[in-house]
Design a protein around this ligand. Structure first.
Ligand code: AMP
Length: 174
């Protein structure tokens, strides 16, 4: 069995959550295993080493978990991209379509400088709407998106097509 298949066995597939027809990919068992958590962070960081990343922008909420650890690995800063209304300072907002519903993402207006090279991180790439919204926010603030890193890619949902011209790296493809 490949290592990727072994890691997939540590992801819990929860049928019909948060609604009928969705298989939720629950990464908490994988995070709870001390060796595997570190290994996953190494895997998610390695491609971006030496590429001059100055900021990791991670998406609420599960993107924050690998995002913060990857930022440390890459010697980069960390910025949160949050759901509507959570950030305390002035925000730039963007609305987008989810696999299950619509949502809005916010980022602090002063979080990114035009010299920043930004890696976007999330746990799961599904339809790509969330990652595309994050790309939009980073670019509107003048940052350069160097790529998108996710742990899990649900390839049948075609998320990559929503991210044309952007380097997308995933570790576990379903
Ligand atoms: P999307 O915008 O469709 O690419 O959805 C990606 C976002 O929704 C990510 O922030 C994920 O955390 C979450 N998400 C979507 N589908 C799933 C799924 N099947 N399992 C776990 N999280 C998901």
């Amino acid at each position: 069995m490949s290592r990727a298949d072994e890691l997939k066995r540590m992801v819990r597939d929860v049928p019909d959550f948060p609604q009928q027809g969705i298989t939720f990919r629950d990464i908490t068992p994988l995070l709870a295993d001390r060796k595997t958590f570190g290994e996953v962070i190494d895997l998610m960081s390695i491609h971006w080493k030496g590429k001059g990343t100055t900021l990791v922008a991670a998406i609420e909420a599960r993107g924050f978990i690998p995002g913060a650890a990857i930022a440390i690995r890459l010697d980069a800063g960390f910025i949160p991209i949050r759901k509507a209304g959570k950030l305390p300072w002035r925000v730039l907002s963007h609305s987008y379509q989810l696999e299950y519903g619509t949502d809005q993402l916010d980022v602090h207006q002063d979080a990114i400088q035009p010299t920043d090279k930004v890696l976007i991180v999330d746990d799961v790439l599904a339809t790509g709407g969330t990652a595309a919204a994050a790309v939009e926010l980073v670019r509107k603030l003048g940052g350069q998106v160097i790529g998108v890193q996710v742990l899990i890619e649900l390839s049948q949902l075609g998320g990559r097509k929503r991210l044309p011209g952007i380097e997308v790296v995933s570790e576990l493809v379903y």
